[in-house]
Design a protein around this ligand. Sequence first.
Ligand code: GAP
Length: 496
Amino acid sequence: MALTMDTLVSLCKRRGFIFQSSEIYGGIASSWDYGPLGVELKNKIKRVWWRDVVQQRADMVGLDASILMHPSVWKASGHVDHFTDPMVDCRDCRRRFRADKLEETPWEHYCPERKDNRFSIPAGAPCPHCGAPRSRCPECGKGELTPPRQFNLMFKTFMGPVEEDAALTYLRPETAQGIFVNFENVLQSMRRKLPFGIAQIGKAFRNEITPGNFIFRTHEFEQMEIEYFVNPHETVDGRPADEHWHERWIHDLLAWYQRYGIRAEHLRLREHERDELAHYAKRTADIEYEFPIGWSELAGIANRTDFDLKQHAKWSGKSLTYFDEERKEHVVPYVIEPSAGVDRALLAFMVDAYREEEVRGDKRVVLRLHPELAPVTVAVLPLLKKREAIVRVAHAIRDDLSRRWTASYDDTAAIGRLYRRQDEVGTPYCVTVDVQTVGDPDKGEAGDGRVTIRDRDSMEQIRVPVPELVSVISELMAGAEWARVAPRFASESPKP
Ligand code: GAP
């Protein structure tokens, strides 16, 4: 059965991933708080992205610009004039809608041919009884809609104690502009040669008209953005450099999601139509994911040309060019921008990892998250919480493992239930300490100093000497398959 958003929202709350913001006050629309496991997952997504696209690439550097910027930034970038959505209001129920999305919204209809009958009609379809297309409010079915008016999505705020126009600024609606205004600083301080990129992870804010679908569209979210600067006068493999690098980044970003577990059949590329392109873009391709709400944007890769650097040069009066030593000329670089939402990535990783399986007649919910993303890497579980020696060893192992990975200790239920709980939050490995590990002095039995490692996906178990635990888990975390590691410990391990 396909995963619904409701099932996911409920799991996220129950297991400490995501809570509604300000819940004790009745909540606030479309704002979410990441709980103890959610923040681990989110941090790990950001960490692997940073490692893969910044630290491991010689052509990339990082940046962390401030959220509040000079208000001229947003005039130069075009956001003050163009970052708008067309909005309509219902004169009756006062609900607001994006005018350009109305035909994609299912609608309520009071059909004149079927008295007292209110029908819900799928998006874009006419009433099956009277044949009328939607003409009124899709929500209440009664109110007339106002003509569309442009609504700017930037959140306004004031810097300083006086709320006057001179103090007006905005919460950034994208992290990108912080990179453009630092182009010259990075170029000079880091002595970069084209092509090179600057990456940034940070919060962005948009006063969306129709936020919703859990963390898919919110007012406050995080972006992982790259601005990759290329020389427009160069060619690579016979193509203009910007077009070559655009293709490369589309390929690399698609591969990145798959590397961390998203199945290829749940990803697709969608080219923006000409009339849909942002004011700065020569070409944009979206990576779409098959969310429970249907195929929707996960990330976008745009060719922003030299628009932003030229605009900032014009508005600031500073030259934002690159000196091409070979051609002895100043050029304004073109920019390829792979831009991904952190929250949408988290949603996609969770949706793709979610499985309901039947194990010996019981339902098992398991998140098959990539081990590097799983909020808890190893859970250490004592088989008997009243045996002091077992508990002591389990705590010592957890402390040791937590120097390298996120490790947790849990003794609040019987072992079967503890395994199920860890499966549901995606913990790839559980380590169990039992009587065999520590021995039984009452019976004069010595411990064997081995612990059980249980693999989440196969549910197989191996018994490993405690001194080898770190090296075995390191091997698994480095990508070694369980099926290749397990046979080394077969003679000591429980039979499946
Ligand atoms: N700098 C380019 C830019 O911001 P965008 O397509 O508007 O492009 C990039 O946003 C990504 O940010 C999207 O693909 C999406 O993952 C994420 N995003 C945008 N608006 C969002 C919102 N309201 N809530 C959550 N994520 C959002």
